[in-house]
Design a binder for this molecule. Structure first.
Ligand code: NAG
Ligand code: NAG
Length: 258
């Protein structure tokens, strides 16, 4: 056999094993409808699902796939979540350090709160990491406790941006009624001296997060702020006009906010 033939054979083998693996995860695939789910490598599927969530290919979803519950638990409680968040923060710091800050207090960086500055993991452990549909009542009870820890990577980024001279604006989907609890929690977690904390007023209730946050960014720009960076765990924290110069998406495989 020549080298060329060997190459052909190898590429054919690779193509076959690749397509078999992929075909097994398609919804209509006979392997699945026959109930041979154990054939599918769950961790591989769930890691691919997680990538589709982070890139927004998945679009809206209400609960995590049942078979990914263990995967999401391992991801959130282990090193993976910590490491992914750290890398996002480091990329943001590299970007931020390249700026010459004007010094007029108008160089802004926007932070989302939940799963960005604060980690609600203690709450999400109780509700099975997003396996259950979102329960506003129990989440609000958790918010009122004001006991969410900081996401360590975000606290480091926050402090570094402040040292560089950025004005930090916190823009959250939480409601104005939760201002006190949110401020208390942010201080408890180690955040200080934010420029502004923006929560949903009565007129914002019912708006999608994407519309509400875009409107608030527009208001900030109208006030003269230049939004250099934005950090959030949801695309709806970041996407929609006007956008920050750079947006930094933190991981969140537990829930999706429109
Ligand atoms: C939502 O949470 C509340 C408060 O903890 C609880 O009473 C209620 O049963 C929950 N609803 C569902 C559908 O689980
Ligand atoms: C928030 O705290 C302030 C001052 O501590 C108090 O006057 C106000 O009533 C509180 N608001 C709510 C919604 O609890």
């Amino acid at each position: 056999m020549t080298h060329f033939h060997l190459l052909l054979l190898l590429s054919a083998l690779i193509t076959v094993s690749f397509s078999q693996k992929i075909l097994r995860i398609f919804p209509g695939d006979t392997q699945i409808s026959n109930g041979n789910r154990e054939w599918i490598n769950n961790d591989l599927f769930c890691d691919s699902w997680r990538l589709s969530v982070e890139t927004n290919n998945a679009g809206y979803w209400a609960t995590i796939p049942a078979r990914c519950r263990g995967f999401v638990e391992d991801y959130m409680k282990g090193d993976h979540y910590v490491s992914d968040s750290e890398v996002v923060a480091v990329e943001a710091i590299y970007f931020a350090r390249d700026f010459d800050i004007a010094g007029n207090g108008k160089d802004a960086w926007i932070f989302d709160v939940d799963e960005t500055l604060l980690s609600n993991l203690p709450y999400y452990i109780e509700v099975d990491f997003g396996s259950e549909p979102f329960n506003e009542t129990s989440f609000d009870e958790w918010v009122a406790l004001a006991k969410a820890p900081a996401l360590p990577a975000s606290l480091k980024l926050y402090n570094e941006l402040q040292r560089l001279g950025f004005s930090l604006v916190l823009l959250t989907g939480r409601s104005e009624a939760q201002r006190n609890a949110t401020e208390k929690n942010l201080l408890f977690a180690g955040y200080k001296n934010w420029e502004r904390l923006i929560l949903r007023e009565a007129s914002d209730i019912g708006k999608s997060a994407l519309i509400y946050k875009s409107e608030k960014r527009a208001q900030l720009e109208a006030e003269g702020f230049v939004i250099h960076g934005s950090s959030g765990d949801q695309w709806s924290d970041l996407y929609g006009p006007p956008m920050a110069t750079r947006s930094f998406k933190l991981p969140n495989p537990m829930y999706f906010v429109k």
